[in-house]
Design a protein around this ligand. Sequence first.
Ligand SMILES: [Zn+2]
Length: 391
Amino acid sequence: MVAPPNLREMIARLIATPSISSVNPAEDQSNRAVIDMLAEWLAALGFQIDIQDIPGMPDKANLIATLGRGEGGLVLAGHTDTVPYDEDRWQSDPFRLSERDDKLFGLGTSDMKSFMALIVEAVRDLRAKDLVQPLVVLATADEESGMMGAQALVDANRYLGRHAVIGEPTGLTPIRMHKGVMMESIRVIGRSGHSSDPSLGLNALEGMSLVLNALQAWREQLQQRYRNDQFKIPVLTLNFGRICGGDNPNRICPEVELQIDIRPLPGMSLLELRDELANCVRVALREQPWQVELKPLFPGVEPMETAADAWLVQAAERLTGVSAEAAAFGTEGPFLQRLGSDVVVLGPGDIAQAHQPDEFIRLDRLRPTVSLLQNMIREFCVSPAAPEQLS
Ligand SMILES: [Zn+2]
């Protein structure tokens, strides 16, 4: 077995291994080479390796690498895929790590392959016999498109550990809550006919106008019902993103589809919101016999919240010297929560660089992240003592 190369070389090799996720099948790539690379490095350091296939996605996999045993412990988690890139807008090859202005450039440097290399660097000298509680390194597939890697863990009910740190780009600020995301399609179906006689058809656009009004009223209700001032936008948002229907001015419009995006606050569940949405649409159209079809455009991401007084949040704040905040972006956190982990999102990249041309990570974030991860491992795996036991 080959020991992992130095930190810079690990980041370079991960960046040089394409693993793009895309809902467009022509752009979508396997993440298997990244998983195998991490598995080889961690196996050389004594980790037990488990590669989990993703049902329905033959060329994608998750890695669960474990050192030590027990029920508590710490999970260090990240995704192995990147978003697609826009070649013309990059100053350097996105797959070749390059240094300029004290920064390392490459696709996935910030979001979030560097973090995976930093984990390996942080555990290089760790031995299973040093651990009272297990350390788990989780590397997932498909975070950037459908979160099917995280979903596969939930479907397999794969408990990982009591505390989880997801190294998404937060500029080393601990994040303990974020909004959810859901994107839904609402289709109103009527009947076409000649425009000169409305009784010949049933106009779907007129039905949709009732739906639009009802959704605005529902949004207002929800915004009054829930508020969380930790968020920059302290209420749920509901955006009318796309509408499509009809063909000719002289034909009664037979069908319209509306697509909306909803970003719920912690405390609101996607299932309940979907029920309320369906009810709102049904009530709006109850007078006339339009048909309605509602469907999610993707499974959605639940909102996430970890209690401010959770050990993990307290430790993250103490070890970074920064108070935990709320983020505007979704993560795999809710999936790990469902599996029984407390979750904090905390990583060395910056969200402003994620999903952008010339993505970079600052060099001065690397060593502090290694120390932070080592301190976290010490706190939760080497000599764990929950705050209430300290006193
Ligand atoms: Zn990410």
